[in-house]
Each structure stands twice: as structure tokens, then as C-alpha cells.
Write a protein that binds this ligand. Structure first.
Ligand SMILES: Cc1ncc(COP(=O)(O)O)c(C=O)c1O
Length: 398
């Protein structure tokens, strides 16, 4: 019997899934999607072996803090497991407003909007505001969620070289002065660990009347006073229109935020499809983030330990001659340059009980294939010693 048009199409899509080269390679070498059997802070168990986690984004190490755990438990008892609805309809609760007000105050902003994922918040920080006909100037190395926001907005995109004010100036010069413009950058680049050259970039944006969006998922909790982030680190709050980020890194929860002026946030609440048609963040997620935010302000020792650990770790990598792509933050890549070098290095670390994550082109620029590592305030001196030993072993194995 002849196949109908629709059946043929379905078969073609099934074949695409079955024959996909990247999926086949992923399943053959199994470098990703490892399910830990147990976790306690930076100690994890994988395939029955105790390991040190060296690639999570729990920068302040709060995901096992007793106050954070208790806050999540208490919120679930009080509010149930989920609002099962979008903020705009039946899903808004007092705890959403409370966290938004606390985040806005902490960041020195009039208003804030939280959502179920940093990905959603950052994507909507672009997609809610830019439209077809506008021009977006984007750093070439921004996160996938920002590229998705750009695509959804249907604005024209102009890329500039990573963290390069000179190139931004050049690209900007070719854009019509009458165009409605947006600049999209990260505060701290998640793969590279670079801090945005915000003073120069923001100045150029301002000269050209450009709306500025900064995704500070990896700067929040890490830089600035009490961890207020990259914009605070430079004292440039008045130069950035929209500050977005994640609750799933220093805030030890899951979710995202967008902070800005009241009129900008209210506009987002009217126009963001990701907000209007998606369920609100759960009680325990919000409560864990709120408890972490309070700890950031009352227990400075986590921030201090994070930086002490970062300095020790970076010095150790340097003594081994490893290339850390000039990372300036606790997100520290080990650039090895090709997947043929990355895989044995990653495997050697794993063999010595250190869990890291590989990132290979096209996820990173060609020639920058790397192991992505991140330091936490929870790493102990003993763990840092074990990591140093594993790194020295991996260098020999390469
Ligand atoms: C720069 C950046 N923005 C946004 C996100 C998304 O955050 P989340 O994982 O909370 O969805 C990430 C996560 O990796 C990130 O690195």
C-alpha cells in the first residue's frame, strides 16, 4: 500500500532521530547525562564510586545549607507542591511577590519578575522587548538562551567579537542611527569565565541610544557587594536597562529573574509569551532562592571562601601549565584545543574521582575545546588537594 504524504513525513523524522550522528557519538562515548546516585554538597557518587563534583554552578555552596533546605520544606507544607498555573491567570502567590521585591531591592532595581528557569527569564529579556525591524548587537559568545530570544524577536542581529569594545564600535557604526537598538551581553561568560568589559561596552551603547540587556547568571553571587553581580562590581547600575539571571547557580534553586524599572517589567508581564503561557515557579523553588539570598547578605563567609578557593585552584592549574582562557572568576575552563585531547583528559580526571564536563566545538569556538570546571565555596582543602593530584595525572595522560 502506498504511504500517505503525512506517513512519509513522519517516517523521515523518525529516521532523522535514528540516524543522527551526534546522538550516536554521544551514546557511544557517554560523556554527558551522567546520573549521580547520591550527592552531599561537592561529594557525589557515580557508578558506585565517590567523586568530587568540579563542574556544578553551586558557587556559594548553598544547595545543602540547612536554612535553604528548611525553607524549601516549610514552603511546600504551607503552599503545596505547585501553583499549577501561570502568573497571569491563577498562579500568582504572595511568595512570588516577596522574592521579587527582595531581589529588586538587592539589585537596586524598581522591579523584578521571576520564572521557572533562567533560560526562560533570559530568553524573554530579549524576546519581550525587541521586535522585527530593530537591531540587536550581540557578543558572539552569548548563551544559547539569549540567541533563542534574539531569534524569537525576529529583530536583525549584528554580532561583535567576544568582549571587544573596538569591534562593537565598528559594528555599531554600520547600523542606521535611526534604528531601535539593543545590546545583549553576559556579565560573566559561563564557558570562558571572562568578566564583561562593561564600562567600555555600556558607554558605546549609551552613545548610540542602545537598550542594554545583561545576563548575569554567573556574576550573581560571585561579583559585586555581597554578590550583587557584575553590574554592581563596576558600579554601573544606571547604564544597564535589563539585568537577568538564574536562581539555579549561586541561589541554589531553580528558576530565573529579570530585574529592571517598573515600566519595563510591567511591559514584560504584558508581552512575554514565556510568562503568560507557562506555569509559575513552585513554592519550594522560590523559598530556597529567598533563603539563599538572605544568607548571601548575612553570612559573608561563603563568598570569601569561594574566592579563596578560586585563587588556590587557578594557581594550581597555572603551575601545571594549563590554559584557563584567562578566566577571572570561579568558572574556569581548561582549554585543550581538540576533542582528541579533551576526552582522555576528562576520562583521566574521572578515573581519579573528579567529575567535570567536556565542551567541544561547536558548543565552543573551533580550537577552544575544553573541560568546563567551576569552583564552589564548599570545596574543602582536602578536595582541592585531590583535584590537584588528579589534574597532574590527567596532564601526563594527554
Ligand atoms: C549565561 C547563562 N544564562 C542563562 C542560563 C540558564 O539558566 P538556568 O540553567 O537556570 O535555566 C545559563 C545556564 O547555564 C547560563 O549559563
Amino acid at each position: 500500500m502506498a504511504l500517505s504524504f503525512f506517513t512519509k513525513n513522519k517516517k523521515a523524522l523518525l529516521a532523522r532521530c535514528r540516524d543522527d550522528y551526534s546522538t550516536k557519538m554521544r551514546l557511544k562515548y557517554a560523556p554527558w547525562y551522567h546520573a549521580m546516585e547520591r550527592q552531599n554538597g561537592t561529594n557525589v557518587k557515580l557508578d558506585g564510586r565517590d567523586m568530587i563534583m568540579l563542574s556544578s554552578n553551586d558557587y556559594l555552596g548553598l544547595s545543602f545549607h540547612p536554612k535553604v533546605i528548611e525553607a524549601g520544606r516549610a514552603a511546600m507544607l504551607k503552599w503545596g507542591t505547585s501553583t499549577t498555573g501561570a502568573r497571569m491567570s491563577n498562579g500568582s502567590r504572595g511568595y512570588h511577590i516577596e522574592l521579587e521585591e527582595k531581589l529588586a531591592e538587592f539589585l537596586g532595581r524598581e522591579a523584578c519578575h521571576i520564572s521557572v528557569a533562567g533560560y526562560i527569564s533570559c530568553m524573554s529579556s530579549v524576546a519581550s522587548f525587541a521586535q522585527k525591524g530593530d537591531v540587536i548587537l550581540a557578543d558572539k559568545n552569548i548563551h544559547s538562551c539569549l540567541w533563542d530570544g534574539i531569534r524569537l524577536s525576529m529583530a536583525t542581529v549584528e554580532r561583535f567579537s567576544h568582549n571587544s569594545p573596538d569591534d562593537l564600535r565598528e559594528v555599531m557604526a554600520a547600523v542606521s542611527p535611526d534604528a531601535t537598538k539593543m545590546m545583549v551581553i553576559e556579565g560573566v561568560y559561563s564557558m570562558e569565565g571572562h568578566i564583561a568589559r562593561l564600562p567600555e561596552l555600556a558607554e558605546i551603547a549609551e552613545e548610540h541610544g542602545c537598550f542594554t540587556v545583561v545576563d548575569d547568571a554567573h556574576g550573581f553571587g560571585v561579583l559585586g557587594r555581597q554578590g550583587r553581580g557584575t553590574v554592581d562590581h563596576f558600579g554601573l547600575n544606571d547604564k544597564v536597562d535589563v539585568l537577568c539571571g538564574s536562581l539555579s547557580k549561586s541561589l541554589a534553586s531553580t528558576g530565573g529573574f529579570v530585574a529592571a524599572s517598573t515600566e519595563v517589567i510591567e511591559y514584560l508581564r504584558t508581552h512575554s509569551k514565556q510568562t503568560i503561557f507557562s506555569a509559575a515557579i513552585s513554592p519550594s523553588q522560590a523559598a530556597c532562592a529567598k533563603a539563599s539570598l538572605e544568607i548571601m547578605q548575612s553570612e559573608p563567609e561563603h563568598h570569601e571562601k569561594l574566592w579563596a578557593n578560586t585563587k588556590k585552584y587557578r594557581a594550581m592549574l597555572k603551575s601545571l601549565g594549563l590554559d584557563t582562557w584567562e578566566s577571572e572568576t570561579p568558572a574556569v575552563p581548561i582549554v585543550l584545543g581538540s576533542k582528541e585531547r579533551v576526552y582522555p583528559f576528562w576520562k583521566a580526571l574521572l578515573d581519579k574521582g573528579v567529575f567535570t564536563v567536556m565542551s567541544i566545538a561547536p558548543a565552543v569556538p573551533a580550537g577552544k575545546d575544553l573541560i568546563r570546571t567551576a569552583i564552589s565555596a564548599q570545596h574543602t582543602d582536602g578536595q582541592l588537594e585531590q583535584i590537584a593530584y588528579a589534574m597532574a595525572y590527567a596532564v601526563k595522560k594527554m
